[in-house]
Design a binder for this molecule. Structure first.
Ligand SMILES: *Cc1c(COP(=O)(O)O)cnc(C)c1O
Length: 468
């Protein structure tokens, strides 16, 4: 149950004194002795409570960020991102850890990830160009995509991307022909292992009824592999799978290991080829609200390693090099969105708190029905917690889906209020909806805040709009 400690609500935030900035987390900011202690478990590890209900992330008070950069604003705790990269490398020893750029990418993010020794997984020429022009070593980059455009493939070959993951049969000839004669492009094959896993139907990609990859069950993966092996400009280095996202149990990954090793054994039998790499994709789940399950990365790594060793021994194969591609689990928990409360409305027994962001910076509630645990910061209150529904500003962001049953009186905010867990799949999916403009991205580290990506302005919109 998410509540905001909303002090006796006077109505719209006072426009003279700075309105409260709402950010995310569990039980509301609770400075009063009687109020519950702040549960900061889903916030960046550096988060500490300050006086007056404020919070500091990486030593930077959130009220200061809101004042200096305006709202809505997205913060990334650089130290938290780096610590997560290191935790992955520690857990997955003898494996390559690739950050999945589609979770969130900007130049600084590419730099941090490269600096920590991770690789990168990209799915467009845009992500690829941004990373390479930031200095990310191209040979540590893997290109994915179920429908790679000619530009995507050209950019990949021109920049010398490390691996291209083949996702469909039609791609094989196209790619093989595009590789300059005499050179070879390393490729992997994205296999659909027939495993249902993931937090929402729209983000399950391990089953046969979706658009990604080549099926193991109907033989299309095996067929594609035979064709790739017949192409002298392509070098098949391994198998890839990505089961989905927000997966919170280890079992689907272990099952995927067994199935992919099984396929590797058949490839060896039929073609005499031993593939040196196995990429298990990402999808590692995180908690968005206190008490939610997150995947234990160290435990996942141990079990995957054990399963891989065992399956390979049983199949008489050498153990391939393992690759994993976490996106959400690296960027998500390191990010915080800051909004301002613009309006408070009480209607038919419910309280709506409208903030200055919404679907244009966070489409996840609309896409997947996700919920957050926002909290007010920078406002002291002695009032008890009160259940409110946090809604966004853009039109659809604040609309509640129709419910068949009467809504319970105490409910979780459904709209995008300011939140922790905002580092991934928020800004990367932000849009120009309502011409609100995308928020800036601010890095916080060692008590300092610095602008990474500036706020999108009306000038930006006008600049693109060239007709009349
Ligand atoms: C999206 C994606 C990932 C990352 O998924 P997360 O849920 O963010 O960990 C990794 N690999 C591929 C191929 C993807 O499409």
């Amino acid at each position: 149950m998410t509540t905001l400690h909303v002090p006796p609500l006077p109505g719209p935030a006072d426009p003279v004194s700075p309105p409260a900035a709402a950010s995310v987390s569990p039980p509301a900011a609770a400075p009063a002795a009687a109020a519950p202690a702040a549960d900061l478990s889903v916030w960046p590890a550096s988060t500490i409570p300050l006086a007056h209900g404020d919070l500091a992330v990486a030593g930077v008070p959130l009220t200061e960020v809101a004042e200096r950069f305006g709202t809505p604003a997205y913060l990334l705790d650089e130290g938290d991102v780096r610590a997560r990269c290191r935790a992955y490398l520690r857990a997955f020893k003898d494996a390559d850890v690739l950050y999945a750029a589609k979770a969130f990418l900007c130049r600084a993010m590419a730099h941090w990830v490269a600096d920590e020794g991770l690789g990168l997984d990209v799915c467009s020429a845009g992500e690829l160009e941004l990373a390479v022009t930031t200095g990310f070593p191209a040979d540590r980059i893997v290109l994915h995509g179920n429908a790679k455009s000619p530009e995507d493939l050209r950019a990949a070959l021109r920049l010398g991307v490390g691996r291209i993951v083949i996702d469909s049969a039609s791609e094989i000839a196209r790619l093989a022909a595009a590789v300059p004669p005499g050179s070879r492009q390393k490729v992997m094959v994205r296999v659909v292992p027939g495993i249902a896993a993931g937090g929402h139907a729209k983000i399950r990609t391990g089953t046969d009824d979706q658009k990604f990859g080549l099926s193991l069950t109907d033989g299309s993966a095996q067929h594609a592999i035979a064709r790739i092996l017949g192409r002298p400009t392509l070098e098949l280095v391994g198998l890839h799978c990505h089961l989905g996202s927000q997966i919170t149990t280890e079992k689907p990954y272990l099952c995927a290991v067994r199935r992919l090793v099984g396929l590797m054994a058949r490839i060896k039998e039929q073609h005499g080829v031993t593939l040196p790499e196995l990429d298990l994709g990402g999808g590692h789940g995180i908690a968005y609200r206190p008490g939610e399950d997150a995947l234990d990365i160290a435990s996942l790594a141990r079990k995957v390693r054990a399963e891989l060793t065992e399956s390979c021994a049983a199949a008489g194969l050498p153990v391939p090099r393992l690759l994993v591609e976490p996106g959400r689990a690296i960027a998500g928990p390191a990010g915080v969105a800051l909004y301002r409360v613009l309006a408070v409305k009480r209607t038919s027994g419910r309280t709506f708190v409208a903030v200055d962001g919404g679907m244009s910076d966070n489409p996840r509630p609309a896409l997947y029905g996700v919920r957050y645990a926002p909290r007010l910061v920078g406002r002291r209150t002695t009032a008890g917690p009160e259940p409110v529904t946090v809604v966004g500003r853009p039109l659809r962001g604040g609309r509640r889906p129709r419910r068949r049953r009467p809504a319970p009186r105490r409910r979780t905010p459904r709209g995008p209020a300011g939140c922790a867990g905002r580092g991934s799949y928020h800004l990367s999916m932000a849009s120009g909806y309502n011409l609100v403009g995308r928020p800036p991205v601010i890095a916080v580290a060692d008590g300092h805040a610095r602008l990474l990506v500036r706020r999108e302005s009306l000038e930006d919109f006008r600049g693109r709009d060239v007709g009349l």
